[in-house]
Design a protein around this ligand. Structure first.
Ligand code: GDP
Ligand code: MN
Length: 411
C-alpha cells in the first residue's frame, strides 16, 4: 500500500513535493442510470474527492438529458464535463451492421447463454472501452484517468492521492480486483493475441506469465500472483479449483448449451480437475488462464493505451472481428495488452481501496491481529445502548455526522 492507515489530506497536500495531477474520473453511462450514477459520485466524493477535487468526465452514445447534467453537477464541487461519442467511437462499421452474419452471430450468442452475448449495445460498450475511450478528446486532455461506473460503492476513506503516488513511483496501471473471465466470451482472444505477438515480434514484459499459463507445467504463474495477492496458498487454490469445476458443471447442466459446447466443457472440466492439456494444436504450450484486471475500476495513464503497442494491438483485434463474433470484454483485452507491454513493477494493486460493484467486493484486510475499527464501533454502540446511560451522546454523534454530510452534499 502507498500509505499505511489514514493521513490528514490537508497536511498531505501541503507537503512541498506534492502536486495535484492532470487526471479525471471517467464514466460511460446512460441517462436511465442517473440514480446509480449519483450513488457512485456521492461515494467517491465522500471517501476521496471532497479533499482532492479531481474533475469528472461523463460520456454517452446519445446526449445527456438536462436533468442528468443538473443532478450530477449538483453532487460535486469539482469540474464536470459531458461528452457524446461519435459514430466511429461507438458503432460497428455500417457495412458490417447490415450483414446477416453480424445479426445472426449476436443472436446466436444469446442462444448459447453467453452473458450479454445477445446485446449489441454490450458488444459496443466493450469495444469502446477496449479501444476508443482513450482517444476521446475529453479523456485525452488528461494524463491519468480513474474509471468509475454507475452503482459503485467505496467503503474506506482514501486520504492520499493515488494519482500522485502512482506518478512519483513510476506506476502505470492500478487495479483492485483480479478475476477470471467466462471462457465462452473469449474462446479465440488468446489465439489472436499470440498471433499479434508473433507477427509483431513483440518481446513480452515480465508481467506476461500473469495471464499465460503453460499446460505442461502446472500453474506457472503462481509466483507472480503471489506478488500481487497473498493467497493463503494451497487452501485458496483448492477452493478456487472446486468453484471452477462447480461453475463448469452448472454450465453443462444449462439446457441452452449445445452438444458441441457440452463436449468442450467436459474437456475443460477434465482440465480443471486433472489439469489435463487441451488445445495443444492452437496455443503451442501456452493458454490464457482467463485471469484479468476487473476494468470497471482502473487508475491508469491514458498514454498507456493511446501510444505505442496497445493501439496496434487493438487495431489487430478489431480486424479479427472478435468484438462482435465473440463477446470479448474490454477487461481481458486490456489485461492481455498490458501483460505483453508491462513489467510487474509498472502495476499497482490497490489492496487498501474497499470497492464494490454488482456482486463483486474487494474488502481490505487489516493487519494480522488487528481489530476492525468499524466492528468495534458497532460493538461499543450496542454496549452504550444496553447500558442506557450515554445513549444521548450516541444520538448527538449521529446528528453531527448527518449535518456534516448534508454540508458536503452527501447522503
Ligand atoms: P457490467 O458492469 O459488465 O455489467 O457492464 P455495464 O452494463 O455496467 O456497462 C459498463 C459501463 O458501460 C457502465 O458504466 C454502463 O453505464 C455503460 N454502458 C453499457 N451499455 C451502454 C450503452 O448502451 N450506452 C451507454 N451510454 N453506456 C453504456
Ligand atoms: Mn457495471
Amino acid at each position: 500500500v502507498f500509505a499505511d492507515g489514514c493521513v490528514d489530506p490537508l497536511v498531505y497536500q501541503d507537503a512541498p513535493h506534492y502536486a495535484s495531477q492532470n487526471a479525471s474520473f471517467t464514466m460511460l453511462t446512460r441517462n436511465s442510470e442517473i440514480e446509480t450514477v449519483l450513488k457512485t459520485v456521492r461515494s467517491i466524493e465522500r471517501h476521496f474527492n471532497q479533499w482532492y477535487q479531481y474533475p469528472y468526465i461523463f460520456l454517452n452514445h446519445e446526449p445527456f438529458d438536462p436533468e442528468f447534467v443538473e443532478l450530477v453537477t449538483a453532487t460535486t464541487g469539482a469540474k464536470v464535463q459531458f461528452g457524446v461519442l461519435s459514430e466511429l467511437e461507438w458503432e460497428f462499421p455500417p457495412g458490417l451492421r447490415e450483414q446477416l452474419i453480424f445479426k445472426e452471430s449476436i443472436e446466436e450468442q444469446g442462444d448459447r447463454g453467453i452473458l450479454y452475448g445477445n446485446l449489441e449495445s454490450y458488444h459496443k460498450m466493450c469495444r469502446f472501452y477496449a479501444g476508443a475511450f482513450y482517444k476521446h478528446p475529453l479523456v485525452a486532455q488528461y494524463e491519468w484517468y480513474w474509471r468509475i461506473e454507475p452503482d459503485v460503492e467505496f467503503f474506506c476513506d482514501l486520504t492520499y492521492d493515488p494519482f500522485y503516488e502512482m506518478s512519483r513511483r513510476g506506476k502505470k496501471y492500478g487495479f483492485t480486483v483480479f478475476i477470471e473471465e467466462l471462457y465462452w466470451t473469449v474462446p479465440n482472444l488468446f489465439r489472436f493475441t499470440r498471433s499479434f505477438i508473433r507477427r509483431k515480434g513483440v518481446k513480452v514484459g515480465n508481467l506476461w506469465p500473469l495471464v499465460a499459463k503453460s499446460y505442461n507445467s502446472d500453474f506457472k504463474n503462481d509466483d507472480l500472483l503471489m506478488k500481487f495477492i497473498n493467497f493463503d496458498s494451497d487452501v485458496e487454490r483448492e477452493l478456487t479449483k472446486e468453484r471452477k469445476i462447480k461453475d463448469l458443471l452448472d454450465t453443462v447442466g444449462n439446457t441452452k448449451t449445445s452438444a458441441l459446447d457440452r463436449e468442450a466443457l467436459k474437456l475443460l472440466i477434465e482440465r480443471a480437475s486433472r489439469k489435463a492439456p487441451i488445445f495443444e494444436d492452437k496455443f503451442d504450450d501456452e493458454e490464457f488462464n482467463l485471469c484479468h484486471f476487473w476494468s470497471n475500476f482502473e487508475i491508469a495513464r491514458v498514454d498507456l493505451f493511446s501510444t505505442g503497442l496497445y493501439a496496434d494491438y487493438f487495431a489487430y483485434l478489431e480486424e479479427s472481428g472478435g468484438f462482435w463474433a465473440e463477446r470479448w470484454g474490454d477487461a481481458p483485452v486490456h489485461t492481455l495488452g498490458l501483460a505483453m507491454m508491462l513489467n510487474v513493477d509498472d502495476v499497482h494493486y490497490f489492496r487498501d481501496i474497499g470497492y464494490q460493484h454488482s456482486t463483486v467486493v474487494h474488502c481490505p484486510i487489516n493487519k494480522a491481529g488487528e481489530q476492525l475499527p468499524y466492528v468495534e464501533t458497532l460493538k461499543h454502540q450496542k454496549l452504550r445502548h444496553q447500558s442506557g446511560g450515554t445513549l444521548q451522546t450516541f444520538f448527538d454523534d449521529i446528528t453531527k455526522v448527518q449535518e456534516k454530510e448534508s454540508e458536503f452534499g452527501v447522503g
